[in-house]
Design a protein around this ligand. Structure first.
Ligand code: GTP
Ligand code: MG
Length: 468
């Protein structure tokens, strides 16, 4: 027996007669062309038949009237039957595709509940898919990531994880740990057997190999976590350089006030924009100048600008054409390494410079240079492409959609491996190595759900939307 997110008990396996039948709208709430209502469970077919009449053959659409118990027509639409175990949840599933009318959907859900279903909790369909072995946890969570994906890169990372590649790599690493534990135990039981590589250097080399595989998995998962979060891009520079104008141009919205007066922007202005495959939060800041701040407000604005710069994943330093970087800006740029910086020379319409994007810069290897005009738009497309390339390079094209809990579990496994390595190098306490490997393997098991407990499942699936 396993407790689900909602605290009910469901048995593993499909022979279940008493796993209750759940229903929910699978499409977003509100008005729309079509709304899909999903029914899943051991009685899904009977319940759906009560409402929609005789069901069509499996995986074939049938046009039906949806009726309540008194026979009143509530809506009409297509009915699709997906018999278990080959369905999303692994149970019998019926989908009713009616009109995207909140009133019609509510009426159909009420009729289904009157016929013996109950409303699904958040993530309950995916939870059942996990419990019935249709998906591992990384795949179930990738379903949620795909739904949440707002950029192309996030979509691709979610599909990669949904394919099971992430979970398989994690399970593969856990299997190697099991193999190594078995070897160590064999060595402890039969120390005279020469096939067992438990002398300290060989054992340490094995553990190091496990460590590099773990590091590779963590790198790809961490890149995927950042996809979900978006990146922070800060615009800094002297007063009047055109930072606010560039924020508006890059985001396509008049988010920040632009004026010829120096010191227009005081607070940090935030605006979201898509940059390459990522979602980026652009931060426009108050102008920074070398000299001491004029007044209290300007000093506070400069403080906030420096804080925004120091937190940025990508820093855009804006200066006017014909001007050079002052000490303050050089310090900001140096501080940013190895995170990328782009020095944007703005107002080339006034100076007559050519628009351009350069991968090289004399200021440092992490620095690029762009020449643009926020007014005429010259160089802006090249700037946008250059920024997109920088962002994509940071993200990596092999990322898996992942969550903080995965990273946290990978880090726990990493600590255990380090512990195992230290003891293995010392030699003589191989049982402690095996024990650390067991803890590392347990941490990995939490990622895919090989090792799962009630509280963990509750936390994971309650974050899903209802109907998934
Ligand atoms: N000629 C020209 N003027 C520009 C360009 N970009 C901005 N400006 C002008 O420069 C002035 C300052 O622009 P802002 O975008 O407010 O500059 P800022 O860096 O945000 O200034 P502060 O918020 O005061 O630090 C405004 O008068 C803009 O119209 C440009 O590409 N060419
Ligand atoms: Mg401004």
């Amino acid at each position: 027996m396993v407790h689900t997110a909602s605290g009910r008990e469901v048995r593993h396996g499909l022979e279940d007669d008493d796993a209750d039948t759940i229903c929910a709208m699978a499409t977003p709430s509100g008005q729309g062309g079509v709304a899909v209502v999903r029914v899943s469970g051991s009685r899904a077919l009977e319940v759906a038949e009560e409402v929609a009449g005789p069901l069509p053959a499996p995986r074939e659409a049938g046009l039906r009237r949806f009726r309540d118990a008194r026979g009143e027509t509530l809506d009409h639409g297509l009915v699709l039957v997906f018999p278990g175990p080959g369905s999303y949840t692994g149970e019998d599933v019926v989908e009713l595709q009616g009109h995207g009318s909140p009133a019609a959907v509510t009426a159909v859900l009420e009729a289904l509940c009157a016929a013996g279903a109950r409303p699904a909790g958040p993530g309950e369909f995916s939870e059942r898919a996990f419990l019935n072995g249709r998906l591992d946890l990384t795949q179930a969570e990738a379903v949620a990531s795909l739904i949440e994906a707002e950029t192309d890169g996030a979509r691709r990372a979610a599909l990669r994880a949904l394919s099971g590649a992430f979970g398989q790599r994690v399970d593969g690493l856990a299997d190697r740990m099991i193999d190594l534990r078995a070897l160590i135990e064999a060595f402890l039981d039969f120390p005279e057997d020469e096939d067992v590589p438990a002398d300290p250097p060989e054992l340490a080399a094995e553990i190091e190999a496990l460590g590099s595989e773990l590091a590779e998995i963590r790198r790809r998962a961490a890149a995927g976590v950042r996809f979900g979060e978006g990146i922070r891009v800060a615009l800094v520079g002297p007063p009047n350089a055109g930072k606010s104008s560039l924020l508006n141009v890059l985001s396509g919205e008049e988010a920040a006030i632009v004026s010829a007066q120096a010191g227009t922007t005081r607070d940090v202005v935030r605006q979201w924009a898509a940059l390459g495959s990522r979602h980026a939060e652009l931060l426009d800041t108050a102008g920074l100048r070398d000299a001491e701040a004029q007044d209290e407000i300007e000093a506070e604005g400069a403080r906030r600008a420096r804080a925004a710069a120091s937190e940025a994943d990508l820093l855009l330093v804006v200066i006017e054409a014909g001007k050079t970087l002052d000490e303050e800006l050089r310090a900001r740029i140096a501080e940013q390494a190895p995170r990328p910086v782009v020095v944007i020379v703005n107002k080339i319409d006034a100076s007559g410079d050519e628009a351009g994007w350069e991968g090289e810069s004399e200021v440092g290897a992490h620095v690029r240079r762009a020449r643009v005009s926020a007014h005429t738009g010259a160089g802006i497309e090249a700037l946008r492409r250059g920024l997109a390339a920088l962002v994509d390079r940071e993200a990596g094209e092999d990322a898996w959609a992942a969550r903080h809990r995965h990273i946290e579990a990978l880090d726990r496994a990493g600590e255990e491996l380090e512990e195992a390595l230290v003891v293995a190098r010392r030699g003589g306490q191989e049982e402690l190595v095996a024990e650390a490997l067991r803890r590392a393997q347990t941490a990995l098991g939490e990622i895919t759900g090989r090792v799962s407990h009630e509280a963990l499942l509750g936390r994971i699936f309650s974050g899903f939307c209802i109907g998934k």
